[in-house]
Design a protein around this ligand. Structure first.
Ligand SMILES: Cc1cc2nc3c(=O)[nH]c(=O)nc-3n(C[C@H](O)[C@H](O)[C@H](O)COP(=O)(O)OP(=O)(O)OC[C@H]3O[C@@H](n4cnc5c(N)ncnc54)[C@H](O)[C@@H]3O)c2cc1C
Length: 363
């Protein structure tokens, strides 16, 4: 693929200071676009790691295992361009083979042969964390502050003051909040207050994948392939509702990834693991019971979900016009994938929203 660097050309003559709140793909990508501009950036991230809903872990065999964002496709041109620019490698998701479909727990699974897809989903070699690492490596490490949870943003004359949970304050010319809008509404007090229609909107902006449960397994051998299975499973009968092969890009390290029934959030991690292995043991035989690693993640912690959101459909109010405006007299902007008008909720939306904001900040 051809790589074209995306450039931003600021009209300002003197350096301005921008605070980015949130070190997920949107926030870190925005810092990356701004790095060559006369803009100094401070990025404040509440948790102990960058990446947000991108979260790749490893088992003892060093297999990259995705607990968060995993797949993208040729419908995600901005993300593909960024992957190219960062010289990262993508590879197709394995889908060829026998897919299993469990309709009822007391009936054998249905088996379907699925050929290799003509327009496959892709994964990133090394996991989607490779994207975060590649962006972070190009930034000044001093500009990134982890374990820094923002609780307030107030206008202070020509500046904004950003307040954190541990009582620190940061002053800047402008601030960009790259959080799910729902989370921003619940966690960050803006002074003077945001307009009533914007305040009313924030809790109704659905956060993609919040509340979902992703699991990963690592194995020493792709034992399912010897029986012709693709590793794909869809189930209405067990704790695992959806599963895919999770072999690494080099084809040498093996595993599965997928989603659990959302009711399993009430179970202990040990019980979830036991139920996952029991289901896979019944379907694929005893080798499925011997993973080298099992991890899962319930995406309902304070870094993704808060308050009492009012959602009734996926992507509800994503890309809403009120999310495109500036506030505090042009000193506060909203970012994050849910603000994107195209592909909101996805990594593509995160790249699109950060590109839009980079242009706005450079104008
Ligand atoms: C289980 C799961 C599977 C997914 N699968 C896919 C997929 O296959 N393909 C795809 O394209 N997308 C997928 N996604 C969506 C994808 O992860 C997101 O679109 C993208 O990562 C969002 O990035 P973001 O920076 O906009 O938001 P986030 O990643 O949510 O980043 C927000 C950041 O803000 C931080 N933060 C929160 N509160 C504060 C605060 N008060 N102060 C400072 N920092 C704060 C958070 O810790 C976080 O790091 C998936 C998401 C999940 C959870």
């Amino acid at each position: 693929m051809q790589s074209t660097q995306i450039g931003y050309f600021c009209r300002m003559e003197s350096t301005k200071h921008v605070i980015i709140v949130g070190g997920g793909l949107s926030g870190i990508c925005l810092a990356y676009w701004l790095r060559t501009q006369p803009i100094s950036v401070t990025l404040l991230e509440a948790s102990a790691r960058l990446g947000g809903r991108i979260h790749t872990v490893e088992g003892p065999r060093s297999t990259p295992l995705e607990l968060g964002a995993t797949w993208f496709s040729d419908r995600h041109p901005s993300l593909l361009q960024l992957i190219d620019e960062l010289e990262l490698t993508s590879f197709p998701q394995v889908s060829e083979g026998v897919t299993l479909f469990q309709t009822k727990s007391f009936e054998p699974p249905q088996r379907f042969f699925v050929p290799a897809s003509e327009s496959p989903s892709f994964r990133l070699a090394g996991g989607t964390r490779a994207l975060i690492q590649a962006l972070a490596e190009r930034l000044d490490p001093q500009s990134i502050h982890l374990n820094t949870s923002v609780t307030g943003i107030r206008e202070d004359g020509p500046a904004v003051v950003v307040e954190t949970a541990d009582g620190r304050t940061y002053k800047a010319d402008q601030a960009v909040v790259c959080l799910p809008p729902q989370l921003m509404g619940a966690q960050i007090e803006v002074t003077p207050a945001l307009p009533p229609d914007t305040l009313a909107l924030l809790p109704t902006v659905q956060t993609w994948m919040a509340g979902s449960i992703k699991f990963v397994l690592e194995y020493t051998r792709p034992f399912w392939r010897t029986e012709g299975y693709s590793g794909m499973l869809y189930s209405h009968a067990g704790i695992v509702v959806e599963m895919y092969d999770h072999t690494s890009a080099d084809g040498q390290r093996y595993g599965f990834t997928g989603f659990l029934n959302s009711g399993a959030a009430a179970y202990s991690p040990e019980l979830r693991q036991e139920l996952v292995l029991r289901q896979l043991g019944d379907l694929f035989g005893p080798e499925a019971l011997q993973p080298t690693a099992y991890f899962d993640k319930v995406w309902n912690d304070e870094f993704v979900l808060s308050g009492s959101p009012y959602f009734n459909r996926p992507h509800q109010n994503n890309g809403h016009p009120l999310l495109q405006q500036s506030y505090l007299n042009g000193k506060l902007f909203l970012g994050g994938t849910e603000t994107a008008t195209e592909s909101p909720g996805y990594m593509e939306g995160a790249v699109i929203s950060s590109r839009r904001l980079a242009s706005v900040l450079c104008a």
